[in-house]
Design a protein around this ligand. Structure first.
Ligand code: ZN
Length: 389
């Protein structure tokens, strides 16, 4: 039995309506209890905030594409060096730090749980190896199914149970947490040098649409009662006018069970754009937030942009190619055969750039316009919108 007494804590706990009250917290074997014995270890935290551990529900910290980001940017690795101190390892890197760098910096900010946004099944081993060296947080990974040949064939045959069976087998085999769809169908089209523009375009060869993939995978996810809903990076990321595609995707959420969350829409800032091109680019956060306000089954995260240098990385290969054509920066693209893809390029978000400034505002607008704070979570899609720090 281990006992701990955290004294003089300034506690903030929204679930219990405790707002900055000074109190003592007794902990036995990792659980909060009424009281502990006199033998308990005492920590005086006078003058510090005590809150539930933070959860970053969409971040890229471990796995192959994160490591590619490190290879590609030696200048980034030099940017954030810290020396070894006692039990703490030396760290390096700013937008894509080493695993210890990520872990320590998240700890300083109070984060205890991290959800890696995208793990390709074939590359799961590397992700778990890096989790082992991320010592201070609980870690888990969304598993990519957006271009999965077996799943698209099952969808073409209208066989939801087979979709569920493939998901169940794969999650067990790769020790994945949730189901991730990144540009569903688009990552497969990318193998043919193509993309899908929205949810009604057929995927080459398979002749299923992103809409069918999203709907069937949500049904399979609910059939399996997985702990997390389908985690969707919608089609057409980062394109002016893409908000209609985002609303169409959110409209696919079936009323299977109104009480349960059935869709997690990620980094929605990148999917809330109006206009027909960059000259008339504008925010469409309002219709998106209004839609989410009417659908308790949907949760989204912000994907907030901050100004400065960072590294973008995603399974959305065709999107990264478009970004390369815009920025002409270093660029990497990768095909994970039969499953998904990925791409990486470094970018700089500038406050004097009109588009970047509007992007910055859109993330904040989404959070401010969403009525339930449980339905719009703070993320930077680390490091895509900005490094989490
Ligand atoms: Zn992401």
């Amino acid at each position: 039995m281990t006992e701990l007494l955290v004294k003089n804590a300034c506690v903030i706990d929204p679930l219990r309506s405790i707002n900055a009250e000074t109190m003592d917290i007794a902990i036995r074997d990792g659980r909060i209890v009424e009281e502990v014995s006199g033998a308990a270890e005492v920590i005086d935290v006078h003058g510090m905030l005590t809150m539930p551990g933070g959860v970053d529900s969409h971040t890229h910290i471990c796995g192959t594409k994160v490591n590619f980001g490190r290879y590609m940017s030696p200048e980034d690795m030099r940017a954030g060096r810290t020396p070894r101190r006692g039990p703490l390892h030396a760290t390096s890197g700013y937008s894509v730090p080493t695993t210890y760098g990520n872990s320590y910096r998240y700890s300083v900010m109070g984060y205890t749980t991290l959800l890696e946004g995208a793990m390709a099944p074939l590359e799961a081993r590397h992700t778990h190896e890096e989790f082992i060296y991320t010592p201070l947080q609980d870690t888990m990974a969304n598993t990519l199914f957006d271009g999965n040949w077996g799943i698209m064939e099952a969808i073409r045959d209208g066989d939801t149970k087979r979709v569920a069976a493939i998901i169940a087998w794969t999650l067990r085999a790769v020790k994945g947490f949730g189901v991730k769809l990144t540009n569903p169908g688009g990552t497969e089209a990318w193998q043919w040098g193509k993309n899908v523009s929205c949810i009604r375009d057929p995927v080459p060869y398979f002749e299923v649409t992103p809409a069918e993939i999203i709907r069937k995978v949500i049904e399979a996810n609910e059939l399996l009662h997985l702990p997390h809903s389908v985690h969707l990076h919608a089609n057409n990321l980062g394109t002016p006018g893409n908000y209609t595609c985002t609303l169409g995707s959110m409209g696919l959420v079936p009323d299977l069970n109104k009480k349960r969350q059935t869709l997690y829409a990620t980094h929605v800032q990148f999917h809330a754009y109006g206009g027909s091109g960059w000259p008339d680019f504008c925010s469409k956060s309002e219709p998106i937030a209004n839609f989410v306000n009417m659908r308790p089954q949907i949760v989204m995260d912000m994907g907030q942009v901050m100004f400065g240098r960072t590294t973008t990385m995603t399974a959305d290969g065709p999107m990264e190619f478009n970004l390369y054509r815009l920025h002409h920066e270093k660029w990497s693209n990768h095909d994970v055969e039969l499953e998904t893809g990925s791409g990486i390029i470094p970018v700089i978000y500038r406050r004097k750039n009109l588009v970047n400034s509007i992007m910055w505002a859109i993330g904040l607008e989404l959070a401010l316009l969403t009525e339930s704070p449980w339905q719009c979570l703070l993320t930077t899609d680390n490091p895509n919108g900005a490094p989490f720090v």
